[in-house]
Design a protein around this ligand. Sequence first.
Ligand code: PAF
Length: 282
Amino acid sequence: MSAPILRGLHDLRAATLPWRLAGETIGVVPTMGALHDGHLSLVAAAKAVCTRVIVTIFVNPRQFGSPEDLARYPRTEEADAAKLARFGIDAIYVPDGDQMYPEGFATTVSVSGLTEVMDGIHRPGHFEGVATVVAKLFAQTAATDAFFGEKDFQQLQVVRRMARDLDIPITVHGCPTIREEDGLAMSSRNLLLSGRARSLASALPEQMQIVARAAAAGEGFSDAQAAAIRVLDQVGFTSVDYLEMRANDDLALLEAPTRPARLFAAAWLAGVRLIDNIAVEG
Ligand code: PAF
């Protein structure tokens, strides 16, 4: 059965109040829509842990760097609701811009440290937009649990830090990245890749695996990194924003996996920015 679509905060609060009074657990899966199997795995994880589940769909203007990028972000609400029908969730919350940022809105949530590397540098203002909207969604849904994909690992760590620092009583769950058959991490942005570009995109996870294996084997990280960037360039990627090994907890840059580490990459193919990360076995 399809879940009710709630567009107003008043309706959302009316729905969640009895759940909260009954001491139920409420899981929230924040999304920007264009749902794929990666999102649906978060919904399944939420269903397994919580008695109530809310999926939010809001294309958050504050986390986009340019109006063009915001405008071309896929919007597929009807199809999204259809994909969610089989999960038996309790509500789909689809606020509009005025609901989230009414006139006079003047607050920004900013997390230092974790946001000063990788996408924090390449997408100025992005994590302020994410932290602000996620803090609002946590407050609005009064969720006890939240579910995020490890595909956006930096975002996951930023959200965890934000919730901890603001004493928001919520457990943030990180869920494994779901991949296409050729290894490409699922992302709503993959829809923007044309047929040929899509077939080239799997070079990114392939090269990342090679670099991660080299790092795990104790081979020189910078040689493996440089070789991978060369291959991506030959394949047709127009630029690589970063291909770096960093510690899981504080995202410190590493030359060797001396503590739990991941390899992070962001690269451009046919005008689409792809990001990914994988564990480096130490
Ligand atoms: O990962 C996303 O889709 C977005 O950054 C999020 C967490 C829904 C906030 O807008």
